[in-house]
Design a protein around this ligand. Sequence first.
Ligand SMILES: Cc1cc2nc3c(=O)[nH]c(=O)nc-3n(C[C@H](O)[C@H](O)[C@H](O)COP(=O)(O)O)c2cc1C
Length: 174
Amino acid sequence: MIAIISGTNREPSMSKEIALFYQKILAEFGSNTDIIDLGKLPTDFLNVALYKNSGKSDAFNPMRIQMKMSAKMIFIVPEYNGSFPGVLKAFIDALEFPNTFKNKKCALIGLSSGSQGGGLALSHLTDILNYCGANVLAQKPRLARIEASFQDGEFSNPTYLELLKEQAQAFLDF
Ligand SMILES: Cc1cc2nc3c(=O)[nH]c(=O)nc-3n(C[C@H](O)[C@H](O)[C@H](O)COP(=O)(O)O)c2cc1C
């Protein structure tokens, strides 16, 4: 199973829109995916799903199990203060270690309002996923100036569409 993780709990979020778009690309290539939306985390997630409560939250466990069952994962990563969102790190910290990521395959897509497209965010997340035992695909599209490039569910920037399709094909072959 392939999971697409929308990497923020902000609502509404551009990451969720990009996740839905990427799901369509993979469907065109014949692959079924599930979206794991951090916007659907339990509101008391920090209090019920971490540390001594790890694995004990009925509200969070379906997401935890879904992540563990996924052989491949695609992270949609918005740039927040020069990195990836803190909620995404908390989400990773609440997953079963090391079996959630060990020997799994991950792909990353960054987006930002500014000019970096989440370059540092993708780098930071790559380090963490590698630490957790996952292999990360080299192609990591950075979608800078996202508001000007993606409107009403479509890319106005054809290069971004091309990069995402190339990445999706490479990820299926990974
Ligand atoms: C808390 C926060 C921090 C942000 N920090 C940055 C930043 O460092 N650089 C940047 O270019 N954009 C930054 N942005 C803008 C987001 O990258 C941009 O709005 C992105 O589309 C957000 O994705 P989302 O809608 O999925 O949250 C920030 C947005 C938020 C909410």
